[in-house]
Design a protein around this ligand. Structure first.
Ligand SMILES: Cc1cc2nc3c(=O)[nH]c(=O)nc-3n(C[C@H](O)[C@H](O)[C@H](O)COP(=O)(O)O)c2cc1C
Length: 285
């Protein structure tokens, strides 16, 4: 036990263990030692994607706060190579929902944020400085923009969850990337990485914390060691329990994951992304 932690912190630490137990379900619960829980950890450990929203309007100033949270994320070389398109127009949300496999929550959420890997602004800046900006034509620059957009988005998600709201990433925005880019008027060098639906969770729909793979599978100490196939059996059983509890279809995680990566056809139109990205001005050299 750490003598620097006072008694109140030690008591609070118990709730971190409870949240860890929920995160890993019937699998072994990692031991967080004497580290006390706090509101930030509670928000992170309690994350769940929310796909049903109440009609409660979002508070004014929320968008500005969320964008500030997004911009507070670290950024590669401070290049800030991302943008956000906020969509509230009902008809536009409906069109984007159709482009994203008809997902209901895209049309229904009061706010839809679209996260853009954005090299167009840097090209503008580089050109204005008299540079060729040829560095933007390399895969590295795409990765910079992609990771900047992802970190910004995750900051937004944590911020809104800390306020009692719910959200869901929408990777299906990459199913028809050209149409989505046109709908949002994206310039060359800009690409929608994913959307995010945002709203207050519908209180009538209880969404549980989805258990994750055991830490023994994910955490490698010093050197990587692949987990044996049987290591996944416990997770399959744990996730099956969760899915049945949430009235979801009864399919093992391993089978679902294997199906999702089976072949080009299982990528839901996203197998052409390299060509799409190159057509959108990402060199990917
Ligand atoms: C990049 C990304 C794209 C996602 N795309 C979708 C999507 O299109 N539709 C959806 O309902 N959920 C989507 N999700 C949510 C995942 O299904 C969800 O995070 C995962 O099942 C784990 O569940 P949890 O977030 O409730 O813990 C996406 C998540 C991420 C990180």
């Amino acid at each position: 036990m750490n003598a620097n932690l006072d008694a109140a912190q030690m008591d609070a630490g118990g709730s971190a263990q409870a949240q860890l137990a929920e995160r890993y379900g019937a699998q072994a619960t990692p031991d967080a030692g004497a580290i006390a829980c706090n509101p930030t950890l509670e928000t992170l450990l309690g994350h769940r994607s929310v796909r049903r929203y109440s009609s409660e309007p979002l508070p004014s100033g929320l968008l500005e706060l969320l964008v500030a949270a997004a911009q507070s994320a670290p950024s590669s070389s401070n290049l800030q190579a991302f943008s956000i398109v906020a969509v509230e127009d009902k008809d536009r949300k409906a069109r984007l929902s159709r482009l994203a496999a008809g997902q209901r929550h895209v049309a229904e959420a009061p706010l839809l944020l679209m996260f853009v890997a954005d090299l167009s602004r840097l090209r503008q800046v580089g050109t204005a400085c008299g540079e060729t900006a040829d560095g933007l034509d390399y895969t590295e620059s795409f990765l910079v923009a992609l990771t900047d957009a992802a970190f910004a988005a995750q900051n937004v998600l944590v911020a809104l969850e800390s306020l009692g709201m719910g959200a869901c990433y929408i990777g299906a925005m990459r199913n028809h990337p050209e149409e989505v880019a046109q709908e949002l008027g994206l310039p060359q060098g800009a690409f929608i990485v994913f959307g995010m639906t945002i709203g207050y969770p519908d209180p009538a729909v209880e969404t549980g914390v989805k258990p994750r793979l055991a830490q023994s599978i994910v955490l490698h100490r010093e050197r990587y060691a692949a987990a044996p196939p049987e290591a996944f059996e416990a997770y399959d059983a744990t996730l099956r329990e969760f899915r049945l509890d949430q009235a979801m279809s009864d399919i093992a995680w391993t089978a679902q994951a294997a199906g999702r990566i089976r072949d080009a056809g299982s990528l839901m139109g996203r197998h052409v992304l390299r060509e799409v990205l190159q057509a959108r001005g990402f060199g990917l050299k």
